[in-house]
Ligand binder design. Structure first.
Ligand SMILES: C=C(O[C@@H]1C=C(C(=O)O)C=C[C@H]1O)C(=O)O
Length: 100
């Protein structure tokens, strides 16, 4: 017999309510991070500083991999996620330099 996927499932709905709250928090946290990195981009453009700082990124990634391990999160996933975010920030910084 196939499962009726339209029937309300309060257990699944409870899990999903929590996932929705966590996703909302992630969006707010990311928005706040991009708000501050935008200010960094403007500062770098004004002071003719390079858009990226690979040694800072290396330290961040090492720190976050350790935090991920301690939090029982796959450190490779943690690194991929922060790399994705940082690459987007650098793209914004390069654009800000082009506009300065
Ligand atoms: C935000 C900065 O600019 C870049 C972006 C980073 C980030 O998103 O964490 C880190 C280093 C830089 O490559 C910075 O230099 O601090």
């Amino acid at each position: 017999m196939t499962q009726d996927t339209t029937a309300p499932d309060p257990v699944l709905a409870g899990f999903r309510a929590s996932i929705d709250n966590i996703d909302a928090a992630l969006i707010h946290i990311l928005a706040e991070r991009f708000r501050i990195t935008k200010a960094v981009g403007a500062y770098k453009a004004e002071h003719k500083l390079p858009a990226s700082d690979p040694s800072r990124e290396e330290r961040q990634i090492a720190r976050l991999r350790k935090l991920a391990e301690e939090a029982n999160l796959d450190p490779d996933f943690g690194e991929k996620f922060i790399r994705f975010v940082i690459d987007e920030v650098i793209r914004h910084h390069e654009k800000a330099k082009g506009e300065a």
